[in-house]
Structures are given as structure tokens and as C-alpha cells.
Write a new protein. Structure first.
Length: 278
């Protein structure tokens, strides 16, 4: 049955018109991810499109299909990314880990442009390591690319260490805590995001879908407000500077969730004339 879904999707990926957004799924194996968890995420992502953005007679997006990155081979994904960026269609990448961003940066991060990374989630993802591991995305992004800067929205202060805060300070990272990234502070956030955007030539948005869900399935206090995320996305996209959006989730309850569907629907409802400006 899975092979039938794959063949169906591949047959519908050719000669598609250009849309403001191009949706794609990417599954990558990164240390210390097990083979079992990698395969589970791969299966979830392969089938995600049939629930999140089912085929329509007049779709408001392009469906670029599914990509698997193993042994650090991301050539097909990078080629697709480059193609759609060249068509001025914003890639929306649904992936199982943040580290997929590191394959996109060589395509997106032009040397003569200031790249603003906006990470929405509870963690900094600044794990210091010599090779790429889960949780090390922005450690490598900021150290490899001098023209990048990072804004983290929704940081959970209870799970950060003092050493991590010091390292974030050393890298010039700006952040707002979970309490600060709330609906009651929406006016202040709008101003801060506008200021950050003004200092960047391009923006890349990443959203950790785990932060949208209740902790341990019960506690809502730490969950990020989806309305705030939608406001952040809209303001960023309408600036005309967004080059890529990445949604990160490795399980069915994250990928095929109401919150993820709301994000994709809200993007597709944005005026095409404005989103094409990117």
C-alpha cells in the first residue's frame, strides 16, 4: 500500500504551475537517532501530504514530494530547493529534525546577504559538538556562516543551563522566553520582530512542533500559542524576506496535528501577490 502512495505522489509532481509556496517533506538520519526511529519518521512524513495538503483541482501550493537524506547525501533535496527558490516560490519543509536546515543553508545563505534565522521553540539547539548531532543545528549554522544571526522565540528557561545561556550570548543570539512570547505581549513582539527583520536581507523560519503540544500530554502551561506563531509567520512572510520555512516533527501526533494543519492553511491563504515578493 505504501508503494502505491509513493507512485501516486511521484506521478503528480511534474509540470506543476508556480505557486507562492512549495511544500515538501524531508526525513534525515542524524546521530544518535536509531534506525527504527528514522524509519518510523520516514513513513509518517511520506504519508503526511495526504492529510495535511490533499490534492486539489486548483491548489494554492506546489507539492515537491518527499526526500530521504541518509549518509549526508542531500543532493536531490538541495536541487529541488534551488529550483523553487529560483521560481520565487517559498519552500515549506516538513522534516523530522532541525539539522535538515544545514543542507539548505548553502543554497539559501548567499555571502552578500544578511540571513536572519528565527527559531520558534523551547530549545536553543546550540549543542557544541565536532560533528552534526541532534540539537546542534544553530551551533553549526552560526559558526559556519558569518552572515547569519539567530532570534529564538519561546525559550523554556527551566530546561536551559547557565553554560548554554553564556554560549548563546557569545554567539550574539537574541531570544524571548515562553512567557514573553505570549499573546498579551503581541504588540511588543511585533515591534521587536520588525526591528530584527529590518536588519536582515533574508529570513528563514523554523518551528519546533513539539513546543505546540502539551508537555507529557497533560500540562498546557508550557505550550506555545499557535495564534502567536501564525502572527509571527504572517508578519515575516509579508515582509517579502522569507526564503524558507521549516516545520520540525518526527511523530504522527506532531506531523498530522491540528496545529500543523492550521499553519499550512494560514500560509496558503496569504495573498499570492505579497508572498511572491520573496
Amino acid at each position: 500500500m505504501l508503494s502505491i502512495f509513493k507512485r501516486y505522489r511521484m506521478r503528480h509532481n511534474h509540470n506543476q504551475p508556480v505557486h507562492p509556496f512549495t511544500l515538501m517533506t524531508v526525513c534525515e538520519r542524524v546521530k544518535p537517532m536509531t534506525q527504527a526511529s528514522f524509519e518510523f519518521a520516514q513513513q509518517s512524513l511520506e504519508l503526511a501530504s495526504y492529510w495535511l495538503y490533499p490534492q486539489q483541482s486548483t491548489p494554492s501550493y506546489s507539492d515537491a514530494g518527499n526526500f530521504v537524506v541518509n549518509d549526508n547525501n542531500a543532493t536531490a533535496f538541495q536541487h529541488c530547493l534551488s529550483k523553487h527558490l529560483g521560481l520565487h516560490s517559498i519552500p515549506v519543509v516538513l522534516s523530522n529534525c532541525h539539522e535538515t536546515l544545514l543542507h539548505a543553508l548553502p543554497i539559501v545563505a548567499l555571502k552578500d546577504k544578511e540571513i536572519g534565522l528565527v527559531n520558534i521553540g523551547h530549545r536553543f539547539d546550540l549543542k557544541q559538538t565536532l560533528d552534526v548531532q541532534l540539537g546542534s543545528t544553530f551551533h553549526f549554522a552560526l559558526n559556519r556562516y558569518d552572515n547569519t544571526r539567530l532570534l529564538c522565540l519561546g525559550i523554556d528557561e527551566e530546561i536551559q543551563t547557565s553554560q548554554l545561556y553564556e554560549y548563546a550570548d557569545d554567539l550574539g543570539v537574541n531570544w524571548l522566553s515562553t512567557d514573553e512570547y505570549s499573546f498579551r505581549n503581541r504588540t511588543s513582539l511585533k515591534s521587536q520582530l520588525a526591528s530584527y527583520t529590518n536588519h536582515c536581507d533574508h529570513l528563514i523560519i523554523t518551528i519546533d512542533l513539539t513546543a505546540l503540544m502539551p508537555s507529557a500530554g497533560f500540562d498546557d502551561n508550557n505550550r506555545l500559542n499557535n495564534k502567536m506563531i501564525l502572527r509571527t509567520l504572517r508578519q515575516s512572510v509579508l515582509s517579502g524576506k522569507v526564503k524558507m520555512i521549516q516545520l520540525v516533527g518526527a511523530r504522527d501526533n506532531l506531523i498530522c496535528s491540528r496545529q500543523t494543519k492550521e499553519i499550512l492553511d494560514a500560509l496558503c491563504e496569504l495573498p499570492p501577490i505579497l508572498t511572491h515578493a520573496a
